[in-house]
Design a protein around this ligand. Structure first.
Ligand code: MF3
Ligand code: CO
Ligand code: CO
Length: 275
C-alpha cells in the first residue's frame, strides 16, 4: 500500500526528468509569473533615453522588495545585480551600471522574481526612441520567433519541434539563432529540466514537453553570426561580430490542451504586435 502510494505520487511526476505541476501548484506558478509581469509593466514606464540601466535595476529591486518578494538574479551564481540589461550587441546577462540608454539603442530587460518560493521569468527587448531598420527588424523577428515557438509547443512535443520552428523562422529572414544559451524548465527552481534549445540539432533536443511542464522559451536572435563570447566581467555575453542581438522570453505552462503563457503583461506587446 505504502509503496504503491509512493510510486503513484512521486515517480510519475519525474517521468520526464522534471517535475510535473498540477492544480495544486499552478496557482503558485501563475502568481509568481503574474507578479513578474507586473514588475515588467512598472519598468516599462521608465525605459526612455537618459535613464541608466543601474537606475532600472534599483527600481526593479525596490519594487520587488516593497511587494514582499525576492529578485532571483541577485547573487545567483554570484550575479551582482537584480535584473539583466543587455544593450545592442549584448546578447544576455548584461550587468546594470551607469550606462544611459540613448536614442537608437535596443535593450533587453530580463527579470526574474521569487514569489513564495516559486519563480517567474521573462524578458522583453525595448526600442529606445527612433532606431535603425536593422534594430527594428531583429527585435520584430525575436518577438515573432518567440510566438512561433509557442505555437510549435504542443502536449508531448519535443523541444526539437520548438527549436526547429524558431530557427526556420529566423533564418528565412536572414538572421541567426544563438546556440550557447537556451530556455529552461522553471518552478521551485530558477533553472531546471528540460533544457529548451532554440536551434534544432542541439544535444538537448530530445526532451518531451508533457502536460504539467513549466518552462521558458527565450530565443536570442542575431543580425550577424550566432557565435557569442563572455566579457572579462564573467557575465556580459556579446555577439562575436559586434552586430545587434534581440531577445524575448515568456514562461509557459503546458496544459492538456496546449501552452498557456504565464507572463503576458497588461501593457506590453502581444502576439502580432508591430514594432
Ligand atoms: N533570466 C535569465 C534567464 O532567462 C537568467 C539570468 S541569470 C543571471 O534564464 F544570473 F544572469 F541573472
Ligand atoms: Co529564463
Ligand atoms: Co530570463
Amino acid at each position: 500500500m505504502k509503496l504503491t502510494r509512493i510510486r503513484d505520487a512521486v515517480l510519475p511526476r519525474q517521468r520526464y526528468g522534471y517535475p510535473l505541476y498540477g492544480s495544486e501548484e499552478l496557482p503558485f506558478l501563475r502568481a509568481a509569473a503574474q507578479f513578474n509581469s507586473q514588475l515588467m509593466d512598472e519598468l516599462r514606464q521608465h525605459i526612455k533615453p537618459g535613464i541608466t540601466t543601474g537606475q532600472l535595476n534599483d527600481i526593479a529591486h525596490q519594487y520587488t522588495l516593497d511587494h514582499g518578494h525576492t529578485p532571483a538574479c541577485l547573487g545567483y551564481k554570484g550575479f551582482p545585480k537584480s535584473i539583466c540589461t543587455s544593450i545592442n550587441d549584448v546578447v544576455c546577462h548584461g550587468i546594470p551600471d551607469d550606462t544611459e540608454l540613448s536614442e537608437g539603442d535596443i535593450v533587453n530587460v530580463d527579470i526574474t522574481s521569487i514569489v513564495d518560493g516559486w519563480y517567474g521569468d521573462q524578458s522583453e527587448t525595448f526600442l529606445i526612441g527612433d532606431v535603425s531598420d536593422e534594430a527594428r527588424k531583429v527585435t520584430q523577428v525575436a518577438f515573432d520567433a518567440l510566438h512561433v515557438g509557442i505555437h510549435a509547443a504542443k502536449p508531448y512535443c519535443t523541444v526539437y519541434d520548438i527549436a526547429k520552428a524558431i530557427t526556420m523562422f529566423a533564418e528565412a529572414r536572414g538572421l541567426s539563432v544563438v546556440r550557447n544559451y537556451q530556455g529552461h524548465g522553471i518552478g521551485r527552481e530558477f533553472h531546471q529540466q528540460p533544457g529548451v534549445p532554440h536551434y534544432p540539432h542541439a544535444p538537448t533536443r530530445k526532451s518531451i514537453i508533457a502536460p504539467g511542464c513549466c518552462f521558458t522559451i527565450e530565443p536570442m536572435i542575431n543580425v550577424g553570426v550566432p557565435e557569442t563570447f563572455i566579457e572579462g566581467d564573467g557575465w556580459t555575453v556579446r555577439t562575436c561580430d559586434a552586430a545587434l542581438s534581440a531577445q524575448f522570453e515568456h514562461q509557459i505552462y503546458m496544459t492538456e490542451d496546449g501552452p498557456e503563457i504565464l507572463t503576458q503583461t497588461e501593457n506590453g506587446p502581444r502576439e502580432g504586435h508591430e514594432f
